[in-house]
Design a protein around this ligand. Structure first.
Ligand code: GLU
Length: 422
């Protein structure tokens, strides 16, 4: 089993960034309360459940499921569910913490949570997957709800899984579409949710180029990944910003062409072969080689810790945009900063997904559904506002974009905690 999570006795990069940001806030803001700030280093609630499933061969198997609720001072807990062999309580804790910061940077009225099931969904039949999802929903039902904690898709979970959760959660209750986001359109989903994270990444790259005077036409862009985020983001960056996508990857390896890839052909090939190996007119390489390839903008959009102390020094890109959560380790971040690489942190760069989740929830609560153009223009506004707030804080206090994003996020949560009183 591929264990990538940080073990509980090791301090995660996210906690280290938070500690640094708390130190910055203590210096720049006289009325900050250290105890309130430090309360964000630990989650509010951690839930571990056993999820029994009757397998197709008649055997009974119990899977481990988790939900970590980090903070809800600004609104209900919010964050995805991940079905992957590497899911652990430690991983969920880190990702829940990031969600509290992300919803705060994005200015949407939520806290942060994350969860999932340690399983390999590729080894389960559709019936087994449905049963696993329904039994997990029952196990955590008392702790989730439209005004309590709202799960969403994450790694290996999708609109179908969200539909099963809505159905199971609604048993014995009234229909509650707002209990999860990322649902199918026919069951209260929002137009534009599928492309939202990729579209948000494109808006961030556009704002960054205006702010820093970067030339995007013909700039070489590499995405590590070729899932929902990377495919939508790559297509939009090519179409709307005129950049050239030179590399993409899947877990089995990467493809690179310095003159640019044909994204539609690459995607069709990937869907047909479940791999990019053998795609014509490009070089096939490992995922690690792709990260070090010649490009201007690198967008890691796969799993955690992709950029670490072993590869950070060799990265050629001058701009790193974090499509995936927690994809740069603390050590690597310091190396990149020393090398003058501009890093746009995950909690800003990939906030488009949870922002459109918020729009979906607003539509569910109002029973009034928006047009695609309204979703896109509202997302554009939200991303521009979040970018400006982080960039202005960075300039004003001489901080990196990551530290500025953490400072902005933590200050808002601390203010909400203080206003509520203890
Ligand atoms: N899983 C996504 C994230 O990490 C979306 C979460 C959500 O929409 O609640 O941001």
């Amino acid at each position: 089993m591929n264990q990538i999570a940080v073990s509980s006795d090791k301090i995660s990069s996210v906690v280290k960034y938070t500690q640094d940001a708390i130190n910055v806030i203590s210096k720049i803001s006289k009325d900050s309360n250290l105890a309130v700030l430090n309360s964000l280093l630990k989650p509010t609630r951690e839930i571990t459940v056993q999820v029994p499933v009757r397998l197709d061969n008649g055997d009974y198997h119990s899977f481990k499921g988790f939900r970590v609720q980090h903070n809800d001072a600004r609104g209900p807990f919010k964050g995805g569910l991940r079905f992957h062999p590497s899911v652990t309580i430690d991983e969920a804790r880190i990702l829940a913490h990031l969600m509290s910061l992300k919803t705060s940077v994005a200015n949407i009225p939520y806290g942060g949570a994350k969860g999932g099931i340690a399983c390999n969904p590729k080894e389960l039949s559709l019936r087994e997957l449905e049963s696993l999802t329904r039994n997990f929903t029952t196990a955590i039902a008392d702790n989730i709800g439209p005004l309590k904690d709202i799960p969403a898709p994450d790694v290996n979970t999708n609109a179908q899984i969200m539909a099963w959760i809505v159905d199971e959660y609604s048993k014995g209750r009234s229909k509650q579409y707002g209990v999860v986001t990322g649902k199918p359109i026919e069951l209260g989903g929002s137009l534009g949710r599928d492309e939202a994270t990729g579209r948000g990444v494109m808006y961030v790259v556009r704002e960054l180029s205006k702010d820093k005077g970067l030339k995007l036409t013909d700039a070489k862009v590499v995405f590590q990944g070729f899932g929902n985020l990377a495919y939508a983001g790559a297509k939009l960056i090519e179409k709307e910003l005129g950049s050239c996508i030179v590399g993409v990857s899947s877990s089995a390896g990467a493809v690179y062409n310095k003159k640019g890839l044909n994204l539609d052909k690459a995607h069709d090939y990937y869907l047909k072969h479940n791999s990019l190996k053998g795609l014509p007119d490009c070089e096939f390489m490992t995922n690690e080689e792709l990260l070090l390839s010649d490009c201007d903008i690198l967008i890691p959009s796969a799993l955690e810790n992709a950029i670490n102390k072993n590869n950070a020094k060799k990265i050629k890109a001058k701009v790193l945009v974090e499509g995936a959560n927690d994809c740069t380790t603390f050590e690597a971040d310091n190396i990149l900063n020393d090398q003058g690489v501009l890093v746009v942190p995950d909690i800003l760069a990939n906030a488009g997904g949870v922002i459109v989740s918020y729009f979906e929830w607003v539509q569910n609560l109002n029973n009034y559904y928006w047009s695609l153009s309204k979703v896109r223009s509202e997302l554009d506004n939200s991303m521009v506002n979040a970018y400006d707030e982080v960039a202005n804080t960075a300039k004003h206090h001489g901080l990196t974009m990551r530290m500025a994003a953490y400072v902005v996020a933590i200050q808002k949560i601390a203010k909400a905690i203080t206003l509520r009183g203890v």
